[in-house]
Design a protein around this ligand. Structure first.
Ligand code: PEP
Ligand code: MN
Length: 334
């Protein structure tokens, strides 16, 4: 962190600032130029609020030169993290495809989807049991019954299961769950992040909030990691912009930036990013081509009758074609 001191600042006030910094275990290094005086801060500045320093009378501006996240930062962990999801690896070259319906509806529905996505090469099964819905009148998910159905599908297919946790009070129901999803709407539910950080080591699939910056996404990952769970997978699922032609706006360049900033794996959700099943194949292949560590794709055996997100759900046949194309792209790039 570099503090720019105002021209003609009172020397006593500058001394007071240095004392304040020392009291926070920061060593101030003053460099007095002919035009400007700067204070370089050496030490752990992660816990310092730059706004607080900037508000001081003598301070012109404050610049962070180090990102405020440590555990998630590639600078301190140069190698890619590989997250083990009950035997299925994600990251460091291991590409995972999580597929399944938006929400678990019945035993038959989930089993049928699970069998078909497995046959096409999916490596994990998704399905929401606790659904964060915009309307309280929409289907809210089957809850505990949905988790039972997921566990049964896992037992038959062997696919690890990925499902969303909205409230930590439900964690005891999640014993058979392999990967806990924290949805876009809960990306900044800091209590929930701290709880899945402190009380489980299960991998956490952290979806980007719909208005979150990448730094905010990484700070949310930091919450989980700083609380004790290093097993975080980042998920880009598009953000809300002025564009209305698609459900969200997806910038695939985010994958490249996140890989530069962090060692955590980054997967892409083409279903929520676009909102349309016809777009899922092209966006999935593009995500694979740009270097994503995996995909999470909504697949339904009967999309027109899906209880949630039918318009963006691929049929098993579409998913099979998408998987074949992804394999070609990955082979071409290998
Ligand atoms: C979902 O995965 O079904 C979901 C609700 O996703 P998001 O949190 O990204 O909207
Ligand atoms: Mn969905």
């Amino acid at each position: 962190m570099i503090i720019v001191i105002k021209k003609g600042a009172d020397a006593t006030q500058v001394e007071n600032l240095k004392t304040l910094l020392r009291s926070k275990n920061i060593q101030p290094h003053v460099s007095e130029g002919s035009l400007q005086t700067l204070i370089g801060c050496v030490g752990d500045v992660a816990h310092i609020d730059p706004g607080l320093i900037e508000a001081l009378d003598v301070v012109e501006s404050v610049q962070r030169i180090q990102e405020p996240y440590k555990a998630a930062n590639r600078k301190f962990h140069p190698d890619d993290s590989v997250i083990d999801c009950s035997g299925v690896k994600v990251g460091g070259g291991a590409f995972a495809v999580i597929a399944g319906p938006c929400s678990v509806e019945t035993d038959e529905q989930l089993l049928s989807v699970a069998r078909s996505v497995k046959a096409s090469g999916a490596t994990m099964l998704r399905g929401g049991a606790f659904k964060p819905r915009t309307s309280p009148y929409s289907f809210q998910g089957l809850g505990a019954e949905g988790l039972r159905i997921l566990a049964a599908a896992k037992k038959e297919t062997g696919l690890p299961i990925v499902t969303e946790l909205m409230d930590f009070k439900d964690i005891d129901l999640f014993n058979d769950v392999d990967v806990i999803q924290i949805g876009a709407r809960n990306m900044q539910n800091f209590n929930l992040l701290k709880e899945v950080g402190a009380h489980t080591k299960k991998p956490i699939l952290l979806k980007r909030g719909m208005s979150a910056t990448l730094q905010e996404l990484l700070m949310s990952a930091e919450y989980i990691m700083a609380s004790g769970n290093p097993n975080v997978i980042l998920c880009e699922r598009g953000i809300r912009t002025f564009e209305t032609a698609l459900r969200n706006t997806l910038d695939l360049g985010v994958v490249t930036i996140l890989h530069r900033l962090s060692h955590l794996p980054v997967i892409v959700d083409p279903s929520h990013a676009t909102g349309y099943s016809y777009m899922v194949e092209s966006v999935s292949t593009a995500a694979a081509a740009i270097g994503a560590d995996g995909l999470i794709i909504e697949v339904h055996n009967d999309p027109p009758h899906a209880k949630c997100d039918g318009a963006q759900s691929q049929t098993p046949e579409m998913f099979a074609r998408t998987m074949a194309k992804i394999a070609k792209v990955r082979a071409a790039l290998a």
